[in-house]
Design a binder for this molecule. Structure first.
Ligand SMILES: NCCCC[C@H](NC(=O)[C@@H](N)CCCCN)C(=O)O
Length: 452
């Protein structure tokens, strides 16, 4: 009898996995647009006359509003105060608006030749759209993280987070693999962006469906005799920020992700310039990376749920990251098959760290502060997502130009040394996090599934 009183909708496996499927699809649409321009870099240079600095500026726009206008932090506070339905829908609308502006800037309707602040106006307007989209997709990301904790705490939380990331990264894979063929078929650089825009509209409808499920979950929680959650207060932000474990996760996050997502933005170009892969096929090799993580992230998440060892998993991932970028930096085996093997190894590293890092946050931070905590971590991470692509673009133009025929050719050694350094710093932070866990007893090395 008592058991029955405590039942809520999250105790239904069908309900919680369906809810996950719906929000994960929304994230897939978001990730598709996030990475759609990466394989187009050579085309943007050849057809729209962008250079690497333009591309770096555009790519860094993703974080402009999140970082400088603190939009992500506001997003986290709104999330904790207003809940997942309101915040998630708002985030979806921002993604659609941003994608629309970006499409307009890259399409044939846009008048070429202008400048804003001395920068190609097409780059700036596309950047503006990407910046608005960036606020939307990042806020959607923290909202979905909170949704997963809401449905899966004490259950298969790391597996659920792993599956959500896997689905979202399917969007990255799609972006890397189908973009160039699509642009070629329609003879237009903007065609893939239009497809993203349509997908984002469908993703928004999917989130609308989720809001119905969320309402039902809240109703079932109200009807059970579960303890009501304490409301979020502004002082909670300071509490989160005073937590050393939180800062170590945030630092690990920015260092690790700075060596992966910004790398992916240049990986197609690296394949062309270092491994002499045909530009039409070059997106396939980096496209394997998210594909690998699609299988491995849930697998490692499941391992963490059952066996624990979260802090150790993060350390192993950081070590692998160092080896991978080190191998890309070294002047050896400039062959496509070697690049493919190294990329697959990066996929393993990129599955290990996130599968353990994100589900570790609820072990360090209480649930009512989770929106704010995830938002702050994403905010710190966005400094890297914004700054590193711009830095690499500048380094390529300034120090790495080789002056190939027709298209600019680059020596990628220096950028790869920069990415390797992020890996080394990430390893140091991962070691510190393991020590802090021992001291404070967060339970990062313990399984997530609570045995009844
Ligand atoms: N439950 C946490 C999910 C985070 C997933 C993580 N995403 C991010 O870190 C985003 N801030 C950046 C997304 C950039 C997309 N190219 C992930 O591993 O995808």
């Amino acid at each position: 009898m008592i058991e029955k009183i405590h039942q809520t909708l999250r105790d239904s496996a069908v309900a919680r996995w369906s809810a996950l499927g719906v929000v994960a699809f929304t994230m897939l649409c978001g990730y598709f647009l996030t990475d759609v321009m990466a394989p187009l870099k050579p085309m943007l240079e050849a057809q729209l006359l962008w250079d690497s600095t333009d591309y770096g500026i555009f790519t860094s726009a993703y974080g402009w509003f999140n970082v400088f206008l603190l939009m992500l932090i506001f997003g986290g506070i709104i999330l904790d105060k207003m809940g997942v339905r309101f915040t998630g829908l708002g985030a979806c609308f921002l993604m659609v608006i941003g994608a629309g502006i970006k499409y307009y800037a890259i399409s044939d309707f846009f008048p070429l030749g202008g400048q804003i602040f001395g920068i190609n106006s097409q780059v700036m307007i596309a950047g503006l759209g990407y910046a608005i989209f960036g606020v939307g997709v990042e806020t959607a990301g923290i909202t979905v993280s909170k949704i997963i904790v809401k449905w899966f705490k004490g259950k298969e939380m790391a597996l659920a987070m792993g599956l959500e990331m896997a689905t979202a990264r399917l969007g990255t894979s799609l972006a890397l693999i189908i973009t160039v063929p699509l642009a070629d078929t329609f003879q237009s650089v903007s065609a893939p962006i239009l497809l993203c825009l349509i997908m984002l509209c469908i993703g928004t409808i999917a989130f609308l469906v989720y809001t119905v499920m969320d309402r039902k979950l809240d109703k079932s929680i109200d009807e059970s005799d579960a303890e009501p959650e304490e409301p979020f207060k502004v002082k909670d932000i300071w509490e989160v920020m005073a937590n050393k474990g939180f800062w170590l996760v945030a630092l690990l996050c920015v260092l690790f992700y700075s060596a992966v997502f910004p790398f992916l933005k240049y990986a197609t170009d690296l394949m062309v310039n270092k491994y002499a892969v045909d530009p039409k096929l070059a997106g396939i090799i980096p496209g394997l990376l998210p594909f690998g993580t699609i299988i491995l992230t849930p697998l490692f998440g499941n391992l963490y749920d059952r066996k624990g060892k979260g802090a150790t998993i993060m350390m192993i991932g950081a070590i692998m990251l160092i080896c991978v970028h080190g191998l890309f930096a070294l002047p050896l085996l400039n062959e496509w098959w070697f690049a493919t093997l190294v990329m697959i190894t990066l996929g393993v590293a990129f599955s290990l760290v996130p599968s353990a890092m994100w589900p570790s946050v609820p072990k360090i931070i209480p649930e009512k502060q989770l929106g704010t905590a995830y938002a702050l971590i994403f905010w710190v991470q966005n400094w890297g997502l914004m700054g590193v692509p711009a830095l690499i673009g500048w380094v390529l133009d300034r120090y790495c130009k080789l002056g190939g025929e027709g298209q600019p050719a680059y020596d990628y050694t220096l950028p790869m040394i920069i990415f390797t350094s992020f890996g080394i710093l990430a390893l140091i932070v991962a070691i510190m996090l393991k020590r802090e866990d021992k001291k404070k007893g967060y339970g990062l090395e313990l399984p997530n599934i609570k045995k009844n």
